[in-house]
Ligand binder design. Structure first.
Ligand SMILES: C[S@@+](CC[C@H](N)C(=O)[O-])C[C@H]1O[C@@H](n2cnc3c(N)ncnc32)[C@H](O)[C@@H]1O
Length: 271
């Protein structure tokens, strides 16, 4: 049995490291979540103290990645917040089709904080249905959680996780396999899954649509500002940003403009 002491100064040291490495802000209210995850890690790795583990993750990049992975919240689902997909279909895509008429016929999407893939697969299914044949799309889906990315790439979802997928899409884009459904292999290739920490510049440019939903809610204001400004740099001159319905750019130092559509609210970069 491992003795576990998680003092105030331990908490301070861990929350600083997590914040500096990922932007995720652990408040005093969710200290117990961190504590219970650490308990589990120490037990499985047979490490006696939180101090020792802190030294290890501070000196070993791979160990640090695994730790950050373990403290993320990955809740997601297909067609999460349907209103966003209604706005994508009825407002954003028609706008982009007008803008792109004379130019590049590819719509580039980034699902930032894609978790286990439900969000980018939802976008891919919808765009496949609604884009005119002359248009193509590319989706980059990224996350800080390697476990989630592996599961997203595999594209297998147990029955309990495919609720919300319309019957017709299920037939068209998935194979029924034992215990659940698997995204068609050729459809999986439409999405590039990448490890990316939103603390860093993605190196992307010319993105038409960014989905970053239910991610910045875990960041403090300074980290939110930094991420949002990095999106600005990554996005095309006429492009759109979706954030979670409980998130807002209100009060932030950003040039994104608020758009209130009939379906949902979003932001645009129009320069
Ligand atoms: C609650 S999920 C949201 C998934 C999806 N966007 C949705 O709305 O259903 C949040 C995701 O953000 C990821 N995340 C948190 N901090 C991150 C960071 N600094 N860089 C990249 N991804 C991060 C987590 O690993 C997690 O998978």
């Amino acid at each position: 049995m491992i003795e576990m002491f998680f003092t105030d100064s331990n908490f301070e040291a861990y929350r600083n490291l997590i914040y500096n490495e990922s932007g995720i802000h652990f408040t005093a209210t969710n200290r117990s979540i961190l504590e219970s995850r650490l308990k589990e890690i120490l037990r499985t790795k047979n490490i006696p103290t939180v101090d020792e583990y802190l030294v290890r993750i501070s000196n070993d990049k791979e160990e640090l990645k695994a730790f950050l992975d373990s403290i993320t919240t990955n809740l997601t689902r297909f067609f999460r917040n349907q209103a966003h997909f209604d706005a994508l279909e009825n407002f954003v895509v028609p706008e982009l089709l007008k803008i792109k008429k004379e130019g590049n016929q590819t719509i580039r999407v980034w699902s930032a904080g894609c978790s286990t893939g439900e969000e980018p697969y939802t976008i891919a299914m919808l765009l496949s249905e609604i884009l005119p044949p002359a248009f193509k799309f590319e989706i980059i889906a990224s996350d800080i959680s390697l476990k989630c990315l592996m599961s997203a790439k595999e594209g297998f979802y147990p029955e309990s996780r495919i609720t919300g997928v319309p019957e017709a899409y299920l037939k068209k884009y998935f194979d029924k396999v034992e215990g659940g459904f698997k995204i068609h292999a050729d459809f999986q290739n439409k999405i590039r899954f990448d490890y990316h920490n939103l603390k860093n510049d993605p190196g992307q440019r010319g993105i038409d649509i960014v989905f970053c939903r239910n991610v910045i809610i875990y960041f403090d204001e300074a980290a939110q500002n930094a991420v949002i400004n990095r999106f600005w740099d990554a996005m095309a001159n006429k492009s759109f940003l979706f954030i979670g319905h409980s998130e807002s750019l209100f009060g932030m130092d950003t040039k994104f403009e608020f758009v209130n559509t009939k379906w949902a609210t979003l932001y645009k970069k129009f320069i």
